[in-house]
Design a protein around this ligand. Structure first.
Ligand code: HAM
Length: 420
């Protein structure tokens, strides 16, 4: 066993998975940039207070924060998500609204590590600040939906709910707490503890003992104000207009305290694991104010990169990009010609590999074959003496000897014919 390994909940993303990772972010960027979202890059750590706004009863804040006092005496934390950072940046920089941004990158939560749940995990996401229109909620949800489609995912279920406005949510929490307390002895010990801290979260319990009590709990929809009800109805109408299937799940409360009004989650039905939520989001109309800004509506979502790629594996879609080289340079004359030719071929945009060290022709050709390159460029003593290179299509096509200054054009020709 090596002396050091990755610590629990962290992983190395090795080749070719790391290229797949980058392609994932590229697809996301192209989907959301078409809708006018611009990229934002936030610090990976911030003042702890920024993240405390996620709710002092949420596990993310009370149990899972990677926080520490730095050498300057500041209490900072690694970001557990990026919505709070976006709102902090909005208050700090006063951009014009609507402010439509997208992001990608790692987040940190001290969770119990398991398949699909990590302590360092990546998200891609969007946030929009300054618009209260329910049709924006539809746009935001539809972008996540389009992205999953672009990855080739089919087995994704969209669940939507509304938590009403701030007053509705507070009245519902009181009623729910009273109901749950009346049946407290029937709840699991874990849910009894959750009830004391955050009654809404009891609705999230997947434990068999809690199922019946949760199923009979009052529904938030009975507490909607007129405004909240019509906002939610407009969201559902908009989704139907776009032909996006969804289910209304009045038990969907989400894990962070800042949510108001529309909430949603995407669940992969192809995943067997406990962790099937591959993305989620909603409105957080009070968060900017909580961070010291003017009252500003906000909505967004984040998609878990790690988990969504597991869903892609389960559906056999979005494979790692093909990293095969176009051309392989073999040089048994010391390597100087290979150095020069490889630089020229790469300069012309060709994916070029070569062998290193003074290996025999046989050994270098074996590596060239294994690389699955379309073309081999070979320089042996013979070629060196004549100032030429042998250009050999690896599919068995006829090889040619061409002057060194014609190698790039010849290879480009063969590779482009092979690709067309
Ligand atoms: P969240 O539901 O906490 O929401 O995370 C969004 C997604 O990130 C989850 O659906 C999941 O796919 C992934 N995820 C979360 N925790 C982990 C983990 N420990 N390991 C692997 N994947 C994980 C948010 O973070 C909100 N900021 C979303 C949002 C944006 N709401 C409004 N705007």
């Amino acid at each position: 066993m090596p002396a050091f390994q990755t610590t629990p909940g962290t992983r190395d993303i090795l080749p070719p998975d790391a290229s797949r990772w980058r392609a994932f972010v590229d697809v996301f960027a192209s989907v959301v940039e078409r809708a006018g979202y611009e990229q934002i890059v936030l610090p990976m750590f911030e003042d702890l207070g920024v993240f405390q706004r996620l709710g002092d009863t949420t596990d993310v804040v009370t149990k899972e924060m990677y926080d520490f006092v730095d050498k300057g005496g500041r209490h900072v934390a690694l970001r557990p998500e990026q919505t709070a950072g976006v709102c902090r940046a909005f208050v700090q920089h006063h951009p014009n609204v609507p402010w439509k941004v997208w992001y990608s990158g790692p987040n940190f939560r001290y969770e119990k590590a398991q398949q699909g749940r990590y302590r360092q995990f990546d998200q891609v996401g969007i946030e929009v600040l300054g618009v209260d229109d329910p049709l924006l909620d539809v746009e935001v949800i539809s972008l996540a939906h389009s992205f999953y489609r672009e990855l080739g995912l089919c087995d994704v279920e969209l669940r939507v709910n509304s938590l009403g406005d701030t007053g509705d949510r507070a009245r519902y929490v009181d009623a729910l707490a009273a109901y749950l307390r009346s049946r407290e002895t029937e709840l699991s010990r874990e849910s009894q503890a959750t009830l004391a801290r955050n009654p809404l979260r009891v609705l999230d319990s997947k434990r068999a003992e809690d199922r019946e009590v949760v199923a009979q709990a009052p529904s938030i929809s009975g507490f909607f104000s007129h405004g909240a009800a019509s906002h939610f109805a407009a969201v559902q109408e908009g989704l139907a207009l776009l032909g996006i299937d969804f289910v209304v799940d009045d038990r969907l409360v989400r894990g962070l305290d800042y949510y108001r009004s529309t909430t949603f989650e995407f669940v992969s039905t192809a995943l067997d694991a406990a962790q099937t939520a591959i993305g989620g989001g909603g409105r957080y109309d009070g968060l900017v104010e909580d961070l010291g800004g003017d009252p500003t509506p906000g909505i967004g979502f984040a998609i878990g990169v790690d988990r969504t790629l597991l869903a892609c594996d389960a559906e056999s879609t979005f494979a790692a990009p093909d990293g095969t080289a176009d051309v392989f340079v073999v040089d048994t004359t010391g390597g100087r010609t290979a150095l020069l030719l490889a630089a020229q071929l790469r300069g012309a945009g060709l994916r070029t590999e070569r062998a290193y060290g003074a290996k025999s022709m046989k050994s270098q050709m074996k590596t060239a074959n294994r690389s699955r390159a379309a073309v081999a460029v070979i320089i042996g003593e013979d070629e060196l003496a004549r100032g030429v290179a042998t250009v050999r299509p690896m599919d068995g096509g006829e090889q040619t000897h061409c002057p060194l200054d014609a190698v790039v054009a010849t290879v480009l020709d063969i590779v482009s014919k092979g690709k067309s």
